[in-house]
Design a protein around this ligand. Sequence first.
Ligand code: PLP
Ligand SMILES: N[C@H](C=O)CCC(=O)O
Length: 431
Amino acid sequence: MEHIRSKKLYEEAKKYIPGGVNSPVRAFKSVGLDPVFIEKAKGSKVYDVDGNSYIDYICSWGPLILGHSNDEILDGIEEVLNRGTSYGIPTEIEVKMAKLITEAYPSVDMVRMVNSGTEATMSALRVARAYTKRNKIIKFEGCYHGHSDALLVKSGSGTLTYGVPTSPGVPKGTVEDTIVCTYNDIESVENIFNEQGEEIAAVIIEPVAGNMGVVPPKKEFLERLRKITKDYGTVLIFDEVITGFRLAYGGAQEVYGIEPDMTCFGKIIGGGLPVGAYGGKREIMKMVSPVGDVYQAGTLSGNPLAMYMGYKTIMKLKENKHIYDEIENKAKRLEEGFKENINKLDIDAEVNRIKGMLCLFFAEGPIKSYDDVSRCNTKKYGIYFREMLQRGVLMPPAQFEGIFLSTEHKDEDIEKTIKASYEALKIAYEK
Ligand SMILES: Cc1ncc(COP(=O)(O)O)c(C=O)c1O
Ligand SMILES: N[C@H](C=O)CCC(=O)O
């Protein structure tokens, strides 16, 4: 498999773009390879500029639950485009979108659209701080909530991959109110609340951690988190940028039966176009300008193209809830196949799966926390990734990311992946 044009483009890109990429994990740095440049995509496949095709498990990092360039979702987009790309003035589709989200998430009475998950979490925190008139926040080690300063502390995703979980350039003062607790360890939270509970504005969490691989929460952990935040009048924020409309139609809050005070969305709700949203109880959301004084704005927020793609995606999911079972079944088959491979090869590796989200960890299980995840052999993951790519399978280019599935991943894709995975694992563990 040749990557001549990709390599050429990468050399050119590095002259003008930091690291040649517009988001760090795309550089494939941690898997010891130059990135492939994509020309087009359809269904479960992406095609690079050298004419190679891959079964894609990145799916644009989650938005494409219905696969690439889904004809049904794209239908009508040209007409929307021809009517204008952005107005900076309200549109009907924004109202329909907000209604749809609030109907799907009973904890969300009102929702504000933004342009990214980063904006969603950043804005939610601002509102929570204004609402409680407190400054301190709690986040969890290994959870990634985008790259706003206050949340770029002991973070996940690319920050974990590149070993800079706390970014330089973030002023000390900005993060002195950010307290970091241990995922799935309620005592680490209770200890902080016992000392300074009255000062904590918000607890923000990925209800299923998807940026340190995939680490499901213990149900009791989330339940006690809900209770303690309620007891102290602290705003509980679920960052469902990944899990929203993916884990289930109603997200992780539906699966675990827990109502947060605020929820952040992104990815799927834009159907592959840039988007984010935050919402919550009416009493809290009424703090947002122009009703309240908490300022938050956006030139392109509620963009008609993103709203159209997102609305159609969510409607398709709403009217076809069986999609969730189908995706879960594919994830189950991958889990089963990966586990068979691990047993046959007798190697230290582990699969975590919850509903349709899963991750293959290069470490002995169980993997329940950031510390467990940190034990992974990332060098072996790099070998594995490269071997999979050679076999036409595009896995996430970092150990600390989840595998994303879509409705368009066919049984033959899954079986091909399991077979390739056996061969790649064998080579990775021989070296
Ligand atoms: C859970 C979570 N929150 C927030 C973000 C930030 O979203 P965005 O990349 O759209 O800024 C991401 C992904 O990037 C995410 O996975
Ligand atoms: N893990 C990140 C979001 O979910 C990956 C997207 C990115 O940062 O490029």
